[in-house]
Design a protein around this ligand. Sequence first.
Ligand SMILES: CC(C)(COP(=O)(O)OP(=O)(O)OC[C@H]1O[C@@H](n2cnc3c(N)ncnc32)[C@H](O)[C@@H]1OP(=O)(O)O)[C@@H](O)C(=O)NCCC(=O)NCCS
Length: 305
Amino acid sequence: MDFLTHAHIEAFQAIRNRLNDVDRDRVDAASVEALDPARAAAHHWNFELPAHAADAALGSDATDDMRRALIATWALEMPERVAAENLPVEVTELYPWWLDRLSEFLIASEGGYDRDHWAKDVRLVLVLSVPGARSQILDLSSRVGPREVLRSALDGHGWGAVLAYLKAQGWRRIWLQNHTESRHTQDFNEAGWDRTWMTSAAICRTRPELAGTMGASWFYDPQLETISPRLNYLRLNPLKGGAFMIHQGPGEIHSQRSGATSPTRRGLIESGAYTPHSWLLAWPRSTLIPWAGQQAAELNRQAAA
Ligand SMILES: CC(C)(COP(=O)(O)OP(=O)(O)OC[C@H]1O[C@@H](n2cnc3c(N)ncnc32)[C@H](O)[C@@H]1OP(=O)(O)O)[C@@H](O)C(=O)NCCC(=O)NCCS
């Protein structure tokens, strides 16, 4: 089956055709000019830098229609980029669904392009990040710096994480990093997260240079044990499988995100009874890959029963 369907190609071309010739030429020039800076920026922990490179190439007076057309232009080039990455089937089987969502989103969008969506779309179409499940995207290259690992331990959050980090050679190797896609959170649940970890393990198997996979969020915070126990699986399942956690601390963005969908958490934040903290959860390949093998065996056993 072709990577892009006729419907995808028609949608992406329609987005480009919304522009006049002058603006489309600018988008085409930016689609070449931004490539190297965006790729170079992709290894930085700041997930948005490739989008900043795209902004710089488009120019400060660029419109959001031009940004959408740039995403469509790069989406049309995805088959070659994806093939070059030699990704495991756990990733490639997710692409048709993600391309359906991306083309629908671009066709339906008018006016502002949310900054977070723009940053994620740049990474998706440049294959700097790849689908991990329906609600999760995985950066192919991120970093976990030694300073924050050490600070977490010095602040009293445990030295076990430092040992696990050293064992994984986490300071000199790259990591996968997960991000939640807020436009489609249908599989933001235990099964969807198991799938994310299994996809991460599949990528690690094919890329020995990876230390493992990681993510940072308010939803790994142990305080949720009592506040939102339904989210415990997010932290406990990886920890049981060999992951470790690093404390990052509070911040306005974490409070906003934690309170965004839950009246319970919002009320506790507003009353001062709960201050969300961000934690980095890292799962080294040495325990992630065996966990995924056991998980696959268990799923096969259940399917056969
Ligand atoms: C991360 C996120 C998708 C998780 O959503 P979720 O799985 O529905 O879990 P939440 O705890 O946020 O649930 C929100 C509300 O949905 C309802 N709900 C969720 N799961 C439920 C369940 N199993 N049964 C009944 N109600 C449920 C509840 O009303 C809950 O509110 P409450 O906490 O006051 O009870 C969501 O919090 C979100 O979109 N946050 C903003 C963006 C964000 O933080 N992204 C991650 C950045 S690191």
